[in-house]
Design a protein. Structure first.
Ligand code: SAM
Length: 218
């Protein structure tokens, strides 16, 4: 995708409206809303589709994958309670939009994608539009043990269960956010690591993600 980095009053205005809409839909965290208001979501779209960029919808990004709906990105991000300097593992880089939101919040992001085309594309696009992260290619259902532990882990694809291996890669006090269910629908689950062996789970709203595909996912 060739990006002419044009972020005019038109896109900025559309972004402001999107932020208002997300607020109306229940997103309350000011920092998350600010981040959504800053990241030019239209840079993730082909210019032909720029008008779609600030609607609250998911959109195809090629290779059968989607850029998540802004509401979903905001919802998952809010649950992570990002603090500046948090080390975050993101499983399912996709377009990299969620990655940029995390970076905007001051996180140090390790992001992994299993589709080589997407990995290559996003790894180039993000620095080009001003966002730095650590990019990995491979099966993220196993996490990335080499760089563990993480303050936060976010899974942006639907899993049938919470992979145990991810829980082991959380710091004590760390949070995992993952949609869990079948291919039709998933419940958003957060897991807080309270101590070495104790975890608290919270089951939240229903979503529909593309499936997490991987060794530890099924
Ligand atoms: N967060 C992304 C964004 O903002 O555009 C959207 C991610 S998309 C809904 C889910 C992504 O997870 C897809 O790109 C898919 O290829 C990837 N994925 C699925 N299973 C995976 C796995 N085991 N490891 C890494 N990535 C995976």
């Amino acid at each position: 995708m060739a990006h002419k980095l044009v972020d005019s009053y038109r896109e900025k205005g559309a972004r402001k409206k999107l932020v208002q809409l997300l607020q109306e839909r229940g997103i309350a965290d000011e920092n998350v809303l600010k981040a959504i208001g800053k990241v030019p979501r239209h840079y993730f779209f082909d210019e032909t589709f720029w008008k779609q960029a600030y609607k609250d919808i998911a959109f195809p990004i090629g290779d059968g994958q989607t850029i998540s709906q802004p509401y979903t990105v905001a919802y998952q991000t809010e649950l992570l309670h990002i603090k500046i300097g948090d080390k975050v593992l993101e499983i399912g880089t996709g377009s990299g939009y969620q990655t940029c939101i995390l970076v905007e919040l001051g996180a140090q992001v390790y992001t992994i994608e299993r589709q080589e085309n997407l990995y290559n594309r996003t790894k180039q696009v993000l620095p080009h539009i001003g966002y730095q992260a650590e990019f990995f290619f491979g099966d993220g259902s196993k996490g990335i043990a080499k760089h563990a532990p993480y303050d936060k882990i976010i899974v942006t694809a639907g899993a049938p269960l919470v992979p145990e291996i991810l829980l082991k890669q959380l710091k004590i006090g760390g949070i995992l956010v993952i949609p869990v269910g079948d291919e039709e629908s998933q419940k958003m689950i957060t897991v807080l690591r309270v101590s070495e062996n104790d975890f608290e789970r919270f089951v939240l709203d229903t979503f529909r993600f593309v499936p997490l595909v991987g060794e530890k996912a099924w």
